[in-house]
Design a protein around this ligand. Structure first.
Ligand code: GCO
Length: 456
């Protein structure tokens, strides 16, 4: 009898231990967590020839190997095909952008066929049970605005407000709940107006008050017009900004100057726009260089969630020659094809700081992905799981992360890198434009289906 009870006990304890261990090995997400894929119009649609980026690409030296977006992935004519891929992956949300340059190719001239095209895309997604998340400005502007000065043009705020209203009314009420006004606004500002690497190519260094103020005023105007139009139809809309949030780490944490530079770089690069939308105060200050500090009427409280584009860590160090500071260097971890350090724990650090700065505000990982074209696709699969493991851990600790968008569906036009780098769950054949799911697409699909995964 005694032996039987020992046996029962040992089996019970084994099963209990195995269950606890299995639970510990399980990376899981809450019921209702949103699984999403993110893309951007200029990178996938093709033929965006009225945009500033299209013109920028025509100028030698701007894009790697002289690549041009051209037909891109011809998504404009392959929406059904790509929506089927989204369905295959099982996502319930799809983040994409609408192209201002196609909707308003000339000032005050709105192309109703283009608006109908986006309404049809939204209707197809909804019919498949996929919620759209629309980005209004994903880097690009119409060329006619760029020629007027882009975000420095005095009329840009009103133009953006009109464009936003046209998009909402054109797609129709009670269809799109999630809106992103700007993708990576600080990237637009620093690339296009500070260092001149992207359109309109201005080199203002830190004299950025005009474009920064206009972008924030545009964001506020878009926020209020969307909320007002939604109220007219009794609809709830959630509006945010998708900011590129990066870990900036001093090359030597014991070096006070490098640490101060890293902190200041993060403050400016990560938080300027998001903090302004929260507090209503536009702040950008660098000792002896610039000191922008002003309240913008209507800006305070104009974000309902925080959009986090997380990819990597950068090591910050100063140099003996201009520009005297390097903020792009990788740390000690392996790097992706584009040199970005793979630093999964950084997504947890970003989530934690976002919670500190915006307590209780929902967070949405609006982009996360890796440039990798290795044949076995192991790195993308591992990158995905490693980052999701940290996201899951943060949620378990109480951080309000409500969704995750993987960047991206299929290899596409990667801005200054042209077609050199590949971020897709699907490989894109540049000749036939066939989308071939990689191994990581299967991994992503199974994680979505199970709302989590088991660790080995
Ligand atoms: C960005 C954009 C995407 C990129 C992706 C990979 O961060 O530049 O949001 O358009 O393609 O992040 O770089």
């Amino acid at each position: 009898m005694r032996k039987i009870s020992y046996l029962i006990w040992s089996v019970f304890l084994f099963l209990l231990a195995d269950r606890c261990f299995a639970q510990a090995r399980r990376v899981s997400f809450p019921h209702g967590f949103r699984w999403c894929i993110a893309t951007a119009a200029h990178q996938i649609e093709g033929s965006n020839d009225k945009s500033d980026w299209w013109q920028w690409e025509q100028q030698p030296g701007h894009i790697d190997k002289g690549d041009k977006s051209g037909i891109a992935n011809d998504h404009w004519n392959r929406i059904e095909e790509d929506t089927k891929l989204l369905e295959y992956l099982g996502v319930d949300t799809y983040r994409f952008s609408v192209e201002w340059a196609k909707i308003e190719p000339r000032e005050n001239h709105y192309d109703l066929e283009v608006i109908q095209h986006y309404r049809d895309e939204v209707d197809l997604l909804l019919a498949k049970g996929i919620e759209p998340m629309i980005t209004l400005v994903h880097y690009t502007l119409p060329q006619w605005i760029s020629e007027k000065g882009g975000w420095e043009w005095d009329g840009v705020v009103e133009a953006f407000e009109r464009f936003t209203e046209m998009v909402f009314r054109g797609i129709g009420p009670n269809k799109v709940r999630f809106w992103v006004t700007f993708n990576e606004p600080m990237g637009i500002l620093m690339g296009g107006y500070s260092v001149g690497l992207t359109p309109p190519g201005f080199k203002r260094n830190l004299n950025l008050e005009k474009p920064l103020t206009n972008m924030l005023a545009g964001h506020a105007a878009a926020y209020h017009v969307l909320q007002s139009l939604a109220r007219e139809s009794g609809q709830d809309v959630q509006i945010g900004i998708a900011e590129h949030l990066r870990i900036y780490q001093a090359w030597n944490p014991l070096d006070p100057l490098a640490s101060a530079l890293a902190r200041k770089t993060a403050e400016i690069g990560n938080w300027t726009f998001l903090m302004a939308a929260e507090t209503g105060i536009v702040k950008l200050s660098v000792p002896f260089k610039v000191n922008i500090h002003k309240e913008l009427p209507g800006l305070k409280g104009t974000q309902d969630f925080i959009g986090i584009n997380y990819y990597r860590r950068s090591v910050v160090q100063y140099m003996a020659k201009p520009p005297f500071i390097d903020i792009e260097g990788p740390g000690s971890n392996p790097v992706a094809d584009n040199g970005w350090e793979i630093y999964p724990e950084g997504i947890a650090q970003v989530i934690e700081e976002t919670s500190r700065r915006f307590p209780a505000k929902h967070q949405f990982i609006t982009e996360n992905g890796i440039a990798d074209k290795t044949a076995d696709d192991d790195r993308r699969t591992q990158y995905l799981k490693d980052h999701l493991m940290h996201v899951s851990r943060m949620i378990e600790q109480g951080h309000p992360v409500v969704g995750y968008c993987f960047w991206t569906l299929a290899d596409n036009f990667e801005w200054l890198d042209g077609y050199k780098t590949c971020f897709g769950l699907c490989e894109t054949d540049r000749t036939t434009l066939t989308r071939r799911p990689r191994r990581s697409a299967e991994t992503f699909r199974s994680i979505v289906a199970a709302n989590g995964f088991s660790l080995p």
